[in-house]
Design a protein around this ligand. Structure first.
Ligand code: ADP
Ligand code: MG
Length: 408
């Protein structure tokens, strides 16, 4: 509870860092690695020294010793459970229903625990739950469970939830729920909508309405399975594409429900803003209630109804490792430079927000464009840095810790 209140005070971007346990596959020796180098590479170099500090400590022959600490809002050591991690995430779901857009993203090299943290171990490998053990579930299923739990405490029918599942690969967006894309790779469709600020082109994605957490999860699993319909996505290991799951929460609020205090006024203004810049929505019977109002009193009441949309985006980013560019050509080069470009576009966006610059360069990549509404402004962003402890990944870990430090 103390953490959460501290975290709340620190503004809209927070960075948590999770150090995963050492795993057997860390120990696989490379072909050209000497016995000694191999033994060294098993050593842990990244530690959680308290629940806000990471220490990287390493001395290798021929290299300057490293002894550096990094501070984050929260640091998880290897023994901390999915439950513990989610306990710090849960307050964001309350913010979501209070009218804030929220984004939770996992950043780190391939193998650092991003998918484990976001989805859980079973989900990606088996695309289904193989057992009933829910203790290993990651943030995406837990966040949805919590969202529907919170909604169940509200008046019936006042909220509904729509989901889109996309992958961004080579700076192209693949809509994994699109029905007309069988076997075909297609780019993002664009649509122009009018917002309060003028016209803006937004991705027109397939949204499906879900009524509970298990419907949601089936949809995500279906989306992940549909990757096989896109030849490029099959070819691309998931480590090279970004998974973006978006939940749009729509609610009808009555203007009468707002008081006149300054705080209520702020909420009202924010909600008004949210209403005016929404993605295109398919028609829903619940959203047309105002058109059926008949008596003047009813009409007046309906006038005061606002459709409020907030968005939760859950992102499993592509591996952040700097893939060696030497000798890489053709398609592989394009892939490598696209990953590096979209992650550096993300770093640029977070940097611009951190420095409170007036222009935030969202349009430099499809990834940042997709995340535009839930990163920056008064949206709440949680970056979950994932770190492997061993020396083998020292360079990648230092890069990730640097990314997280600059984002704060
Ligand atoms: P990434 O998505 O970043 O490439 P994964 O999430 O696939 O990495 O994690 C790599 C391996 O490490 C997987 O086998 C995963 O189950 C395991 N793993 C990651 N984090 C943890 C953790 N905190 N506890 C236990 N196992 C973990
Ligand atoms: Mg992964």
């Amino acid at each position: 509870a103390l953490h959460n209140s501290l975290v709340e005070l620190r503004g809209n971007i927070r960075v948590h860092c999770r150090i995963r346990p050492s795993l057997p596959f860390d120990h696989a020796a490379g072909h050209s690695v000497s016995q000694e180098r191999h033994r060294n590479s098993l050593e842990n170099v990244a530690y959680a020294i308290d629940d806000e500090t990471v220490l990287v400590k390493c001395s290798r022959p021929g290299h300057a010793p490293i002894n550096k600490t990094f501070q984050f809002e929260r640091v998880y050591n290897a023994t901390e459970s999915q439950d513990t991690v989610f306990a710090d995430v849960a307050p964001l779901l309350t913010s979501l229903l209070d009218g804030y857009n929220v984004c939770i993203m996992a950043y780190g090299q391939t193998g650092s625990g991003k998918t484990y943290t976001m989805l859980g171990p079973q989900l990606e490998e088996n695309l289904a739950f193989v057992n009933e053990d829910e203790s290993e579930l990651g943030i995406i299923p837990r966040a949805t469970q919590e969202l529907f739990r919170l909604i169940s405490e509200k008046p019936a029918g006042s909220y509904w939830v729509e989901v889109s599942v996309v992958e961004v690969y080579n700076n192209e967006v693949f809509d994994l729920l699109a029905k007309d894309s069988c076997g075909k790779v297609f780019g993002i469709k664009r649509d122009v909508v009018t917002t309060r600020e003028g016209k803006s082109d937004v991705p027109l994605l397939t949204y499906e309405t879900v009524a509970n957490a298990s419907e949601f999860l089936h949809l995500v699993i279906k989306g992940l399975q549909l990757r096989v319909r896109h030849p490029t996505l099959v070819h691309a290991h998931s480590s090279r594409s970004h998974l973006v799951v978006t939940l749009t929460i729509t609610t009808i609020v009555s203007g009468d429900n707002f008081g006149t205090s300054w705080e209520d006024e702020q909420i009202n203004q924010r909600l008004n803003k949210e209403v005016s810049c929404s993605y295109p929505q398919k028609r829903d019977s619940r959203s047309t209630s105002s058109s059926r109002a008949s008596s003047p009193a009813q009409l007046e009441a309906a006038e005061k109804l606002k459709q409020v949309k907030t968005r939760l985006q859950l992102v499993d980013l592509a591996g952040s490792e700097c893939v060696g560019m030497s000798g890489v050509t053709g398609a592989a080069l394009r892939e490598t430079s696209c990953i590096n470009r979209s992650l550096s576009a993300l770093a640029d966006v977070l940097g611009a927000i951190a420095e409170q610059r007036s222009h935030v360069p969202y349009r430099n990549s499809k990834l940042t464009h997709l995340l535009q509404d839930s990163v920056g402004g008064d949206a709440k962003l949680l970056v979950m840095l994932c770190i492997s402890p061993s020396q083998k990944y020292l360079t990648e870990s230092m890069q990730s810790l640097g990314f997280g430090t600059r984002a704060r």
